[in-house]
Structures are given as C-alpha cells and as structure tokens.
Design a protein around this ligand. Structure first.
Ligand code: NAD
Ligand code: UD1
Length: 345
C-alpha cells in the first residue's frame, strides 16, 4: 500500500511533488484530465527521475472512471489532491464551473476512499482562506474570512467537507496544506509552471515579459500601506513546497498525526513586495524589466505572509531555497520552454 494517488499530477505543483515522491521511492499514479496541463510533463518527470509515473487521463467529475482507477491500482494507500481550477478572476466569471469542479471532485474522491478503504489524504489549500489578515505573520489559528472569490470559497468549503467527512470515518486521516505563493521551477528546468494564455500570477508574467512575450508588466498598485507601497506576499519555492507533501504523506502513513485533521501553513515567513521581486529578478538576470504601475487589482489583499513555525516544528520542514535561486529557476524554465516551442515552430 505504498502507492500515492496524485490528482492534478501533471499540473504545476503536482508535477514537482510527483518528482519528490518518486525520488523517495514511492510508487505514484497520476489522475489528470489535462484541462490545465500537458501530457509532455510526463517526459519532464521521466527525464528527472529516470522513470515514467503511471498516468490515467480521467476527469474527477466522472465518478465511474475515478472509481475504476482505484480498482486498477489496489495498492493506493494515500492521496494528494491537487486537481482543481485555480484562477481567481475566472472563478468570478464562472462560479458554477469552479464549485462544480472543485467540490464534486473532492466528494467523489472521499466516496472512493470509503469504498476502497484508503484512509490518508493530503489537500491543497491556500492562504486565500485568511483573506486580509488582522495580524501578521499569519498562523493557522487566524480566523477564516469571507472569501473574496468563488475560488477562495471552494477552498473553505472543501476544508469544511473534509472535517465533516472525518466524523463517520474514524480511520480517515487528513492534512490540509495552506500554500502561500508558490513560484519557481525544478532546478533541472525540465518541469515548471506553464500557464495557459496570459498569466495571472506575478512571476510567470515577469519571465514572459523579460523574454519578450509580453510588452510590459502591469504592477497592481504602489499606494498600499506597506514600507515601499507595493503589495506584499510570501513567495515559496515550488520544490520546497513539494517536499512538504512527501513529509505529510510519511506522517500519515506512520500515524504521527496529533489530530485526525491537521492544517499547516507552507510559506517562508518572509513578506516581500512586488518591487523587491522585480528588483531581485533584474539583478540576478541582468535584464531590465519593462513595467508600469497601474491601479490596484480587485480582490487583492495588501499583505499576507506566513508564520510557518508550526510546519517547521511539527513536520521538521523548512523552506530552504533563496529567492535568488528560485527566480533563476523560473527564468531557466522560461528560456527552456520558449526554445522548445520555437524549435517546434
Ligand atoms: P495547475 O492548474 O497547474 O494543476 C492542477 C491540475 O489539475 C491541472 O493539471 C489540471 O489539468 C488538473 N485538473 C483540474 N480539474 C481536474 C479534474 N476535474 N479532473 C482531473 N484533473 C483536473 O495548478 P497548481 O498551481 O499546480 O495548483 C495545484 C493545487 O494547489 C490547486 O488545488 C490549487 O488551488 C492549489 N493552490 C495553488 C496555488 C498557486 O499559486 N499555484 C496557491 C494555493 C493553492
Ligand atoms: C492568488 C490567490 C491565491 C491563489 C493564487 C494562485 C488571493 C488573495 N490569492 O495569489 O489564493 O492560490 O493566486 O492563482 O486571491 N501582481 C502584479 N502584476 C501582475 C500579477 C500580480 O502586480 O501581473 C501582484 C499582485 O497584485 C500581488 C502579487 O503580485 O501583489 C502576487 O500576485 P499573484 O501572483 O497573482 O498571486 P496572489 O494574488 O497573491
């Protein structure tokens, strides 16, 4: 029962986590419907690990086929559930699609856990559940604020569903990981973040601007009540983040949980402004970035960064990579992916 089912495993964080799991000797099976990722990601994973993970192209909203995966791989012992829609702005325009995908996928997985006696579950949550926090840095005990988007609401609802699902299932064990802002790529540059269309997130927008794919970066506001006026976030390296998932799985498999439902903030503990990210990127790449300050973006919080001490102490996990190496990894990935696309024509 050493196999880990990774839903959304060809996506950005999922693919990096699959690599970390395989390097630790776990067997993996990925479920992904490729709605926001590409099958070639499996080549990148194989290039790093020397082995191709098992892959099932299934939509988790298709209950029958989701159950078939559990039948096909009876050694599944735990699940990491990444698969979800995640674009904040899009969720405002298509709320029902977001509720339908993010919530039904979770419910069918929980039903499959019941049916196939799988008890260990790791959930991808987000710091968005804290909204605009009252105190910084944010601990896991900070109050949950009303979600500012349907996407954020799906994360809150999913965490509630998970807690309720535990009550009649005393064998279930669940860890919810609340990510701050994951950035960067694998140091090999064989996998990374590949946004479809115009990126919503800061770092892919920066690297695409630097490589000439976008004219300029629009910086959303410099009139915040922060030291330099720019918005502040906690940017966490995606490989560091992925390592925490392996530790969470080991914690579940070894019955080391303090409670049946545990929550951990995954961040560096350091808040950085948009300007600091731009300046660091320029310094390490030697590229001048074209950017312009525009109005604040609707729904953005002023500042949020983690108190990661609970994860540091309880999981024995710590974000290790520097901002410089993380931004360089994002830049190497951008250059690799563009040369690949250009070569393809
Ligand atoms: P991603 O879009 O790169 O990966 C998600 C994967 O899930 C994609 O490959 C997509 O094709 C797949 N998928 C979506 N719906 C599916 C379905 N119904 N059936 C099967 N596969 C489906 O996103 P990511 O950045 O890797 O995020 C992974 C998880 O982490 C998500 O749950 C996201 O909400 C959460 N999260 C991400 C961030 C971030 O900034 N990237 C921050 C906090 C939380
Ligand atoms: C958001 C969500 C988070 C979600 C994540 C993944 C909120 C509060 N946070 O993070 O839950 O998991 O997206 O999609 O909803 N910025 C610019 N110009 C740009 C892009 C971003 O200035 O072109 C600024 C933003 O204003 C912000 C920072 O960069 O200050 C980070 O933005 P982004 O990368 O989009 O992440 P969040 O909005 O923090």
């Amino acid at each position: 029962m050493n196999r880990v089912l990774v839903t959304g495993g060809t996506g950005y964080i999922g693919s990096h986590t699959v690599v970390e799991l395989m390097e630790k000797g776990f067997d993996v099976v990925i479920i992904d419907n490729l709605s926001n990722s590409q099958i070639e990601v499996l080549d990148g994973i194989a290039g790093i690990t020397g082995k191709r993970p098992d892959f099932e192209q299934v939509d988790l909203r298709d209950k029958a086929n989701t159950f078939n995966v559990f039948r096909k791989y009876p050694d599944i012992g735990s699940i990491i559930h990444f698969a979800a829609f995640k674009a904040v702005g899009e969720s405002v325009e298509k709320p029902l699609e977001y509720y339908h995908n993010n919530i039904n996928s979770l419910i069918y997985l929980l039903e499959a856990m019941n049916a196939f006696r799988v008890n260990n579950f790791v959930f991808s949550s987000s710091c968005t559940v804290y909204g605009e926090p009252d105190t910084l840095p944010v601990t896991e005990n900070a109050p949950i604020k009303k979600a500012s988007s349907p996407y954020g609401n799906t994360k809150q609802i999913c965490e509630e569903i998970l807690q309720d699902a535990l009550i009649p299932n005393p064998d279930f064990k669940i860890i919810s990981l609340r990510y701050f802002n994951p950035i960067g790529a694998h140091p090999s540059a064989l996998i990374g973040e590949l946004p479809v269309g115009v990126p919503n997130n800061l770092v892919p927008f920066i690297t695409q601007t630097a490589i000439g794919l976008r004219d300029e970066l629009r910086v959303f506001g410099n009139d915040y009540n922060t030291p330099d006026g720019y918005g502040i976030r906690d940017y966490i390296n995606v490989v560091d983040l992925s390592r925490a998932h392996v530790i969470a799985i080991e914690r579940l498999l070894e019955n080391r949980q303090k409670q049946k439902f545990e929550i951990f903030n995954l961040g560096t503990g350091k808040g950085l402004s948009v300007l600091e990210i731009i300046q660091t990127f320029e310094r390490i790449t030697g590229k001048k970035l074209k950017y312009r300050v525009v109005d604040r973006r609707d729904g953005d919080v002023e500042q949020v960064y983690a108190d990661p001490s609970y994860a540091n102490n309880e999981l024995g996990w710590k974000a290790e990579k520097t901002l410089e190496e993380t931004l360089l990894s994002a830049w190497s990935w951008e250059k690799y992916i563009r040369s690949k696309y250009n070569a393809k024509g």
